[in-house]
Design a protein around this ligand. Structure first.
Ligand SMILES: *Cc1c(COP(=O)(O)O)cnc(C)c1O
Length: 399
């Protein structure tokens, strides 16, 4: 039989769970796009978005998923033939790199593997060797959603400053924004990219590029920027339609407004970060217990470099896929696939899964997902350590 009837739980690392409040806010007739409520709500919405990114600078909104914001960020500051350094800690770093290469940018890749974060010393060495400052940008993924590695943005900035390198620091915050602490201005990111469907709790389809004055200067020196990706009018519109380069994403804006209200009501972004941190510790406590016996292990060993939004797990083929199928069919919990984890021995990445704990998640949701995994391990006879749920509950109890 199945016990999945009831509310399904999409526990993948994006799209994340959409709050009913967000969905209800979107459930309305189309608004006037020339005047009235929608037009008037933009200044506060922009201000609230910047507060989440911890920046006083600029934001441009795109009707696009994260890939669109990736392309937008690159298109405003890099031309064909320009060189950039890409720091990769998983699939998403390589994805952004491929997009840059498709735009004609010459990308130097520094690959830090799938289990350890960017090493700022290595970044410093690479930049020191770039004596002519040929590299115009450093591309960094804050949280790589495939590996669940969280990189330390400020130490990469420090490595750049240590050698006086002038490249722009561009950070992919698509998985981390609204989950893991990120402070754009304090940490010296020049550009930060985010999207609606992860920590921001809104359906996919809207994305954001935050940029500071240094990045704006780089834009102004560009010989040509695609009109659709150009951030100038979007960040400083004279007319409402210029925010979006055309018709507004009307219902996404209402959903986003509600999501930002929810963040404010929780106590602001710091409170949201603290909830994610605490729930992540509960998740890790369970996995540490399961890993005490049997094949399971967390992809990232060092907790200080683990994301608070997603956890990538190694369990050996075929257990990852079997467990995902079991929890979805029997309990209604959909776990994430092992993205980018294919190897010669495991060509379908059946030995991996991911648990998303980003955005609209609370203690019973996390405990429910963990309990479903526990049930699946038992049902499938996958060896595992004991007392995982008690360990997670212990962390929750210390809230
Ligand atoms: C989800 C994600 C992306 C891609 O976003 P899409 O909306 O799927 O295009 C890029 N980078 C990171 C870190 C992500 O988590």
């Amino acid at each position: 039989m199945t016990l999945s009837n009831g509310r399904p739980y999409l526990a993948i690392p994006g799209p994340s769970v959409m709050p009913d409040r967000v969905l209800c806010a979107m459930h309305r007739p189309g608004p006037n796009i020339y005047e009235g409520e929608l037009v008037q709500m933009m200044p506060a919405l922009i201000g609230d978005l910047k507060a989440i990114a911890r920046t006083r600078h600029n934001v441009a909104i795109y009707i696009a998923n994260g890939h669109g914001a990736w392309e937008a960020a690159l298109s405003n500051v890099l031309s064909p033939g320009d060189a950039a350094l890409s720091l990769c800690t998983g699939r998403f770093g390589h994805g952004w790199t491929e997009m840059a290469e498709a735009l004609g940018i010459e990308v130097q890749i520094e690959d830090f593997g799938m289990r350890t974060p960017v090493d700022p010393n290595r970044v410093e060495d690479v930049l020191r060797a770039d004596t002519n400052h040929r590299l115009r940008a450093v591309m960094l993924t804050h949280v790589d959603t495939s590996t669940s590695i969280r990189n330390d943005v400020a130490t990469v900035r420090a490595a750049m400053d240590a050698v006086g390198h002038h490249a722009l620091l561009m950070v992919d915050c698509i998985a981390s924004m609204g989950c893991d602490p990120f402070r754009m201005d304090d940490w010296g990111a020049d550009i930060a990219v985010a999207a609606s469907q992860k920590g921001l709790m809104v359906p996919p389809g809207v994305s954001f590029v935050f940029f500071n004055d240094k990045a704006a200067r780089a834009r102004s020196e560009m010989p040509r920027v695609s009109q659709n990706w150009d951030w100038m009018d979007r960040a400083n519109p004279d007319l409402f339609y210029q925010y979006f380069g055309g018709t507004a994403p009307t219902h996404h804006l209402y959903g986003l407004r509600e999501a930002l209200n929810m963040i404010a009501e929780e106590g602001g972004i710091e409170a949201v970060w603290a909830r994610h941190a605490h729930l992540a510790r509960a998740v890790w406590a369970a996995f540490d217990r399961w890993a005490a016996d049997g094949p399971m292990t967390l992809n990232v060993k060092d907790p200080t470099h683990r994301s608070h939004a997603v956890t990538s797990v190694r369990i050996g083929a075929p257990h990852g896929t079997a467990l995902r199928r079991w929890t979805e069919d029997k309990t209604g919990v959909t776990l994430g696939i092992g993205l980018g984890m294919q190897t010669a021995e495991d060509p379908n990445a059946d030995g991996f899964f991911r648990l998303g704990h980003m955005g609209h998640v609370n203690a019973p949701m996390v405990m429910g997902a963990l309990s479903s995994i526990q049930a699946g391990l038992t049902a499938l006879n996958i060896p595992h350590g004991t007392d995982a749920l008690a360990a997670a509950a212990q962390v929750i109890s210390a809230a």
